[in-house]
Design a binder for this molecule. Structure first.
Ligand code: UD1
Ligand code: CA
Length: 459
């Protein structure tokens, strides 16, 4: 049976107390809804439809860029009249054949494995399925009512439940898989004669039981797979759960995390052997780490490729950059987008690079700004070197040849080229090209006055 996915995301999320719609709140750096959409993309669905509500234009816009899952379909639920009503809004876009998996924009971490298990149990129009969970404290949830033979007969919401029903600990997670033909038949028949005056999706379970439809239940491997998020506290709690799950997977894959509780991965990491990560490291976007990479405390890496045997010392920031094997970066270094470092480069403390290419073995060990620069191999950049790349209107390139030696506190006023093997004197403002192997000194000559008397204070 063809699979459709409907994601309910019309909730206002009042308890977030944020201008950002609830499903746009980030978990591990990605909107909650993005997690659900990405999970759906792994299930081979023919279409994925998001039911959005008031203020949902922002959500729609954020998701308008097409990704590997193809364009999303959207259905508006202008007024929130319950989960059954929400799915009804999607109905015109669902064919009569196939089946539909119902997910929630604020339940981000259900695994594709658990969902595949559920989907697999609904193989024909004579069956439907739902994910349930045994909870020690089921208060607030819909309860799964079974007959003496153990067959599911209906779901009763907390607010409609009798005291006896409230003792049931098996709860409805809300995740359903239902043949489309049954949805088309049942949803228009839902009533709202209940404590909340809502059209409950859960009422289709009693309809299924009455019509002898087989009701399959699946339990998630972990409780957090079905945790929904309503406020910042739940968001932070699930963030830590998710981070720990990711950290555990990395450790099992051989990465040393000195403290898995102080590690954040907001994206994807690819890594070699013997990667060693100290506390408070944040990895964002797509990051590739070679073998034997060591990352010191408080580093943040986003969208970068780090070669083998690289040491990144504490408090270093790296964005959209490539670092060659054997390089040493930091402490307190900042590699900005477009930095490409060849093997064995050293970038030391308080050095900032941007669109800078450094050849093999070049070193900028302290206090420098290298922007819009093409630097050869074996170059020594003295402390305090600044590429003056910006004239107030445009950016210009600085070229430095192999084995050049840039003296301390040099200002290289771009566009400018320093030749191979050239040297600049300390404190020079270099405004003209320097030929290969030449020395350029551009500073006031020292004047020495012997026996100089300092002024004295007037009496
Ligand atoms: C629902 C279930 C309950 C289950 C619980 C699990 C129903 C009637 N009850 O209850 O059995 O234990 O989830 O968390 O389904 N939504 C819309 N439009 C609406 C109403 C809801 O899009 O008109 C979305 C919300 O954004 C939310 C989700 O559906 O993501 C669940 O809605 P909510 O009102 O929180 O349902 P519960 O009362 O918690
Ligand atoms: Ca809820």
């Amino acid at each position: 049976m063809e699979l459709n996915v409907v994601i309910l995301a019309a909730g206002k999320g009042t308890r977030m107390k944020s201008v950002l719609p609830k499903v746009m709140q980030p978990l591990a750096g990605r909107p909650l809804l993005r997690h659900v959409v990405d999970t759906a993309a792994r299930l081979d669905a023919v279409r994925t439809l998001v039911v959005y509500g008031h203020g949902g234009e922002l959500v729609k816009k954020a998701f308008s860029e097409t990704r590997n899952e193809g364009p999303l379909l959207w259905a508006e639920q202008a007024e929130q009249k319950g989960t059954g009503h929400a799915v009804q809004m999607a109905l015109p876009q669902l064919p009569e054949h196939g089946k539909t998996l119902i997910l929630y924009g604020d339940v981000p971490l259900t695994t594709p494995e658990t969902l595949a298990d559920l989907i697999g149990k609904v193989a024909d129009v004579g069956s439907m399925g739902l994910i349930t969970l045994e909870m020690a404290n089921p208060a607030g949830y819909g309860r799964i009512v079974r007959d003496i033979a153990g067959k599911v007969v209906r779901i009763v919401e907390q607010k409609d439940a009798t005291d006896a029903e409230k003792t049931i600990r098996e709860v409805n997670t809300g995740i359903f898989c239902v043949p489309n033909s049954l949805l088309h038949k049942w949803l228009p028949a839902l009533g709202n004669n209940n404590a909340q005056g809502e059209y409950y999706l859960t009422d289709i379970v009693a309809m299924a039981a009455a019509q002898d439809i087989r009701i399959e239940t699946v339990q998630p491997e972990f409780g957090w797979e079905v945790d929904g998020i309503n406020d910042k506290l739940q968001l932070a709690t699930l963030e830590r759960v998710h981070q720990r799950v990711q950290a555990d997977a990395l450790m099992r894959a051989g990465v040393t995390l000195i403290d898995p509780a102080r590690f954040d991965l907001r994206g994807e990491i690819e890594h070699g052997m013997d990667v060693h990560i100290e506390p408070n490291v944040i990895i964002e976007g797509r990051v590739r780490l070679g073998n034997n990479v060591r990352i010191g405390a408080n580093c943040q890496l986003r969208d970068c490729v780090i070669g083998d045997n690289v040491t990144i010392k504490p408090n270093t920031l790296i964005e959209e950059s490539r670092v060659g094997s054997g390089a040493e970066i930091g402490p307190f270094a900042r590699l900005r987008p477009g930095t490409v470092l060849a093997d064995d480069v050293h970038i030391g403390n308080f050095v900032e690079t941007k669109k800078a290419i450094l050849g093999k073995g070049s070193k900028a060990n302290h206090l420098a700004y290298l922007g819009d620069a093409e630097i050869g191999s074996g170059v020594n950049i003295g402390a305090g070197t600044i590429t003056c790349n910006y004239d107030g209107a445009n950016k210009h390139l600085t070229r430095i040849g192999d084995n050049a030696f840039i003296g301390t506190n040099s200002s290289l006023v771009a566009p400018v080229t320093i030749g191979n093997g050239a040297t600049t004197g300390a404190g020079s403002a270099i405004t003209k090209d320097v030929p290969d192997n030449a020395l350029a000194v551009a500073r006031g000559k020292q004047v020495t006055i012997d026996g100089w008397q300092r002024p004295t204070k007037n009496k």
